[in-house]
Design a binder for this molecule. Structure first.
Ligand code: SAM
Length: 212
């Protein structure tokens, strides 16, 4: 999905310090305090423009959501939406997923969502895939014991790669759908990419995998 670079995106993000954290390391281990409750914390890594995280936050007001996105001009779109329609159970962070262990204490997170992650099709780029062993290690560290990753994609190769990568990491595959929109799964919240690919008639893959 093409997005024009937004001029002064960083300056614009700096105007919403309670909503988007540009240096979240300062809050490591204190995210429940920031939300002022002990509710579960779910993160979406590579959240894009935020349709999923805001939809989930509305559907589950008793869960705290943190949206993580590395591109400033992309996260700015989510900030603009949330400023129009504020939600007390969502915050955003502009960081790379490789930084997560410096932002979250071990076991501070209850669930990770990965939606339509960049597939990085060339094998020499496999370490950049968010379901690569190195990222699974990071997610396992910040998640509670037996924490889960919920993953959706339109990309069959990335889905197959992820099934293998998670199995090799000894994760339990609890739910696997090869055609989410023709399955019995309830409560699906669509992402921007999902709206687009589903609209084009493409099949959406989904899995839930648990660390053990
Ligand atoms: N999840 C959204 C959706 O389904 O509509 C966006 C999908 S888009 C293909 C992938 C997003 O992940 C991009 O916005 C990209 O900037 C972000 N991303 C890729 N690698 C990342 C990383 N290592 N850390 C944080 N965000 C990342």
């Amino acid at each position: 999905m093409r997005l024009r670079k937004v001029a002064n995106a960083k300056e614009k993000l700096l105007q919403s310090p309670d909503l988007v954290f540009l240096e979240p390391q300062d809050h490591k281990g204190k995210w429940h305090q920031l939300f002022k409750n002990e509710n579960s914390i779910h993160i979406e890594v590579g959240m894009g423009k935020g349709s999923f995280i805001t939809g989930m936050a509305k559907q589950h007001p008793d869960i705290n959501f943190i949206g993580i996105e590395v591109v400033e001009s992309v996260i700015l779109r989510a900030v603009e939406k949330l400023k129009e329609e504020p939600l007390t159970n969502v915050i955003l962070m502009c960081i790379d997923a490789s930084m997560l262990t410096s932002v979250f204490e071990d076991g501070e997170i209850d669930r990770v969502y990965l939606n339509f992650s960049d597939p990085w099709p060339k094998s020499r780029h496999d370490k950049r895939r968010l379901t690569h062993h190195n990222f699974l290690k990071i997610f396992n560290q910040i998640l509670i014991k037996n924490g889960e990753i919920h993953f959706k994609t339109d990309n069959q190769n990335l889905f197959e790669y992820s099934l293998i990568s998670m199995s090799q990491f000894n994760m339990l595959l609890k739910y696997v759908s090869l055609d989410l929109h023709n399955s019995d799964f309830e409560g699906n919240v669509m992402t921007e990419y999902e709206e687009r690919f589903h609209g084009l008639g493409q099949r959406i893959y989904r899995l839930e995998a648990q660390f053990r």
